[in-house]
Write a protein that binds this ligand. Structure first.
Ligand code: HBI
Length: 363
C-alpha cells in the first residue's frame, strides 16, 4: 500500500518482573526501546506489563496483577513449563485476547510457553521477540513450532542466538539498540574497567574479577544482585580484588559510571543472545573486551571497537586489557550511531510488521 499509515502495536513485556525493576534484565531495555522507537516514528504503542511497572515512553500502559513467571535462565534442559497461579502471564495474554481487535499487531517479549502456544488462537498477528538463546527443550519446541508454522513471526537478537535453535531460515533478525541521546561520549577515560549485568553465574563475573586481580586494575561492577550466594562466593574467593560494586543503576546513573572507563569486560558463560551492555558502552566511546561467544561476536569490531577473546580464557582477558590503547574510542561511538540507533531498530520493527501484515503473508 502506497500511503503511510501508522500501526497500532500492543507490546507484551516480560512476565518475570515489573518494567523498571532491573530484575527483568536486558529484556526491559528491549521493551523500552521498542516502545520509544515505534512512537518516535508515529505508531501507537500500548504496553502490557506486570503490576508495579513504569514506562514513560508509551501511549498506554496496562499493568496486571498476578504471580510472576520464574526466570527461565536458571532452568535445566528438561525443566517443565510452569505457570504459578494466579499467573500474571495468563492475565496479560487474556487481556491481549480481549483487546486484540484494537491493534494491528501484538509483539511480545516473553521467553515463556503461553504466548507461543496461543498464537493460533489469536486473530491479530503475534510477533515473538526471542530474548535469549536455547535454554530448555520445552521452550525450544514451542519456539521452533511457531517459527515453522507461522513463518516470519519469530524475531531474534543475533544469528548466533538463532543458531542455538533448529529453525534455519525461519527467523527474522531484529537486533537491539540504545537511545543514543542518553549516552554521552567520553574521549579521555580514567584508569578503571567496568563489568555490567545481572550478578548471576551465567554472566561469568568471576573471570572478570580474576583478570583485574592479575592486571591490578580497578573494576566497577554494575547490575542487579540476582544470586546472593554466587556473589558471596566471589567475595570469599577474591577478597583482595580491586573491585567496587555500584549496584543496579538506571540508565542515567549507568552511563555516567561507564563512560569514563577504559573498557567494558564481558565474560558470558552462556550464549548471550545480544549483550545490550556492549552497545551501551560503545555509545559512550567505551571499547568492549568480550569472550568470543554469543551476541558480542556480532557486535564487537575486533581490533577497532574492542577485542574478542578466547572463551573462558582469563589470560586472554589480561592480554586484551594490555592492548586497550590500540582501540579507538571515537570509532566506538560511531559504530553505535551507525548500527544501534533507536530509529534503525524502529525501522526494522516497522518492516517486520509490514511483512507480517501484507496480504501475501496472510494468504
Ligand atoms: N525468564 N521465564 C522467563 N521469561 C522471560 O521473559 C525472561 C526470563 N529470564 C530472563 C529474561 N526474560 C531476560 O532477562 C532476558 O530476556 C534478557
Amino acid at each position: 500500500m502506497g500511503i503511510y499509515s501508522p500501526y497500532r502495536v500492543l507490546l507484551i513485556s516480560t512476565a518475570v518482573a515489573p518494567l523498571g525493576s532491573g530484575l527483568g534484565g536486558g529484556v526491559e531495555l528491549f521493551v523500552k526501546n521498542a516502545a520509544q522507537g515505534l512512537r518516535q516514528r508515529g505508531h501507537f504503542v500500548g504496553v502490557l506489563a506486570p503490576q508495579g511497572s513504569k514506562l514513560e515512553t508509551c501511549d498506554r500502559l496496562i499493568q496486571l496483577p498476578g504471580q510472576l513467571q520464574p526466570t527461565a535462565h536458571t532452568s535445566q534442559r528438561n525443566s517443565p513449563i510452569v505457570m504459578p497461579e494466579p499467573s500474571v502471564l495468563g492475565a496479560m495474554m487474556d487481556y491481549a485476547r480481549q483487546v486484540q481487535h484494537e491493534y494491528d499487531v501484538i509483539l511480545h517479549f516473553c521467553y515463556d510457553w503461553l504466548p507461543f502456544y496461543l498464537t493460533p488462537y489469536f486473530k491479530t498477528p503475534i510477533a515473538h521477540y526471542v530474548s535469549m538463546s536455547s535454554l530448555t527443550d520445552a521452550m525450544d519446541d514451542a519456539i521452533v513450532h511457531v517459527a515453522k508454522t507461522f513463518p516470519g513471526t519469530v524475531g531474534v537478537c543475533t544469528r548466533v542466538q538463532a543458531e542455538t535453535f533448529s529453525m534455519p531460515g525461519c527467523y527474522r533478525l531484529i537486533g537491539s539498540a540504545v537511545d543514543l541521546s542518553l549516552y554521552d561520549y567520553c574521549e579521555i577515560p580514567n584508569s578503571e574497567l567496568v563489568w555490567m549485568g545481572r550478578v548471576s553465574p551465567e554472566k561469568g563475573l568471576e573471570d572478570a574479577i580474576a583478570a583485574v586481580q592479575q592486571a591490578q586494575i580497578p573494576l566497577k561492577i554494575l547490575g542487579k544482585l540476582e544470586d546472593e550466594a554466587y556473589w558471596q562466593a566471589l567475595q570469599t574467593q577474591y577478597p583482595d580484588a580491586p573491585v567496587e560494586y555500584l549496584g543496579f543503576l538506571d540508565t542515567q546513573g549507568l552511563q555516567s559510571a561507564v563512560r569514563t572507563c577504559r573498557a567494558l569486560l564481558m565474560t558470558p558463560k552462556w550464549v548471550e543472545a545480544f549483550g545490550n551492555v556492549a552497545i551501551e558502552a560503545l555509545a559512550c566511546g567505551v571499547p568492549v573486551i568480550a569472550y568470543k561467544r554469543g551476541g558480542p561476536t556480532e557486535i564487537v569490531h575486533h581490533g577497532t571497537t574492542g577485542w574478542l577473546v578466547a572463551p573462558d580464557s582469563v589470560q586472554g582477558l589480561v592480554a586484551a586489557i594490555a592492548r586497550i590503547d590500540e582501540l579507538d574510542r571515537s570509532a566506538c561511538r560511531q559504530q553505535a550511531e551507525a548500527e544501534f540507533s533507536l530509529d534503525a531498530l524502529a525501522m526494522r520493527y516497522e518492516n517486520w510488521f509490514s511483512d507480517l501484515l501484507s496480504p501475501v503473508s496472510l494468504r
